[in-house]
Write a protein that binds this ligand. Structure first.
Ligand code: ZN
Length: 281
């Protein structure tokens, strides 16, 4: 199919929502979930949504945002299995008659996250997440198209969880990176032990090798731009600091405080605290 015209993309950032946790973060913050980025890649008529959000309320907002563009939503793609990147996929797929797609590995992780729901996701957000079944299907060769433009699912292995992927849009020099790259938000470290951070670094290099100019990260500070080089460098710097400061500190609180000193401007210290507690267990 010939391409019909240039593509463009827009990002909807769902603001942080409170978790159902009474303990405060050691810095006094309430426990919140990080901001969530939802990306719409669009041509003249059609559009593809990447990483639908977590809660029913967020899905309503995102759905209205998509509808206001007047574009026909053909696909919904999820970068990885964490529920904050796909639990509302069904709701939005039904609203727009779109097809949900993901890599084989991500689909396996989706099933795992469904089984984690009662103890993890629903405990944090009781009654807020819609009923979910895994309807995502893989696409041949991990490729699909938007008005003839190539969209490539690139599997990058373990990053902030297992079996993650990114969406490469060569004609936009864009990578929608899920949680492989972060942008101004504390990184999720709970699954980064036992070589996880080295695997994560390899995943970052795969993204870098795609030579994007723009990267939309799954969790971004909406005040920041999508500059690829900066986001890649900052994500690496953060992982290096984690290795350095884990070796230096014996207690999670000392590690947490040292990381906050190092990265005072990143959003959601609560995400860092959750990771610190997990890493020192
Ligand atoms: Zn995430």
């Amino acid at each position: 199919m010939p391409t019909s015209g240039p593509l463009a993309y827009d990002v909807f950032v769902a603001d942080p929502i409170p978790q159902n946790v009474t303990d405060l973060v050691p810095n006094g913050d309430r426990r919140m979930f990080s901001p969530l980025s939802v990306t719409l890649i669009h041509g003249e008529r059609d559009a593809v949504l990447v990483d639908p959000p977590l809660t029913s309320a967020q899905a309503l907002e995102v759905g209205d945002w998509v509808e206001a563009t007047g574009k026909n939503l053909t696909h919904i793609f999820a970068t990885h299995g964490h529920g904050d990147h796909w639990f509302t996929a069904d709701v939005l797929a039904e609203r727009f008659g779109a097809q949900v797609v993901a890599s084989e590995g991500t689909i396996r992780e989706m099933h795992r996250n469904v089984s984690l729901r009662p103890h993890f996701w629903d405990a944090l957000f009781p009654g807020q997440i819609p009923e979910t079944s895994v309807t995502a299907a893989p696409v041949p060769g991990n490729r699909f198209t938007l008005e003839g433009h190539d969209l490539r699912i690139v599997e990058v292995g373990h990053s902030d969880t297992d079996e993650t992927s990114v969406l490469h849009v060569p004609d936009l020099e864009l990578v929608v990176a899920g949680d492989v790259i972060y942008n101004g938000v504390h990184q999720y470290l709970a699954e980064s032990a036992n070589g996880g951070r080295d695997a994560w670094r390899r995943a970052i290099s795969v993204v870098e090798d795609l030579r994007p100019r723009h990267i939309v990260t799954g969790h971004k500070n909406k005040e920041l731009d999508d500059d690829a080089e900066r986001a890649i460098a900052e994500t690496r710097l953060y992982l290096d600091a984690v290795d350095e400061l884990l070796a230096k500190h014996e207690e999670p609180l000392d590690f947490f405080n040292a990381m906050l000193d190092r990265f005072p401007d990143r959003l959601n210290p609560g995400a860092l605290w959750g990771g610190a507690v997990a890493l020192y267990k």
